[in-house]
Design a protein around this ligand. Sequence first.
Ligand code: SAH
Length: 357
Amino acid sequence: MSLRDSLLRRIAAEGPMTLADYMRACLFDPDHGYYATRDPLGAAGDFTTAPEISQMYGEMLGLCLAQAWIDQCAPSPFTLAELGPGRGTLMADILRVVRAVPGFLDAADLHLVEASPTLRARQAEALAGHAPTWHDTVDGLPDAPLFLVANEFFDALPIRQFRRDGTGWRETMVSAEGEALRLALSPATPHAKLAERLEDTDDGDIVELCQPAATMAQAIGQRIETHGGAALIVDYGDWRSLGDTFQALRGHDHADPLADPGAADLTAHVDFEALARATPSAHSLLTTQGVFLERLGITQRAERLAAGLSGDALASHVAAHRRLTHPAEMGTLFKVLAFYPHTVAPPPGLEAAGQAQ
Ligand code: SAH
């Protein structure tokens, strides 16, 4: 049975479903789920991510983590972790650049959180020789100092969406009209988790909640405060959720999220405030990707690499640097949120950054 047919049956039996339940089914249904069944990355896929654009991205994140590790007196052993590693490109670039940091690789124990069997196989190829351990959720990560990266992971987590109506909220639901899936709004009800948002929203405003993101951020922050470490969470989004950001991407273009369940990537912008507030045990700082990469020296690194290039290779290298950092490209839309223990200075690149807790 197609995923659309099984969703229509489910709606007929149980009534309209939340966007969170719809996203979960479309992304991770074992037979038809978008991530469960394919590698969606790269030019031939549906979207391209920062690590797939240039090795410089992984180099900057790797050196940032290594400096944070040195600043915390080089704990050994420690957990080097990534959430949703995709093709394993980011971690491969990190592992290459940190070879220059004495003791880092000997102390590192590599752990990956990945739900897709297809992508686990890609990661095993890219990281052969580093003996990663895979986990289904962050709860499986060891109780040890934790140095973690997550790039475009949190945007794939299931959200619920609410539209303000008086002092209540109407939830966006997926319902059926004949054989077609349609968005519908539930009747307005008060919602305890949105009580605070009555202060900064008006009638008709849309707010999104991502409970799995908050739960994971809490678990990561708790480990970092208890055992030491740092987390770099990079994604598109803003400090506070406002507006409809639920979207589908297919073939590098926007698509109708209901048109072909399981065939398109479904995402929402990350609410960084919700992640930071879920981790009261650790400090957090937010800055934009462009500023973060510039502070870590991406331009000097780009110039170094450019010296060995010419023609098309040079042109695409220059374009990649611009794409990662320029405000009109990924530089401002993408943000970096860092978690680190109360007792230490922030990881490099985040000092005196915008929003502090
Ligand atoms: N970080 C990579 C890939 C981003 S795509 C990059 O930047 O190129 C999102 C990744 O997160 C995929 O590997 C996907 O399978 C994984 N993922 C999404 N939701 C997940 C979940 N709930 N649990 C575990 N992995 C998940």
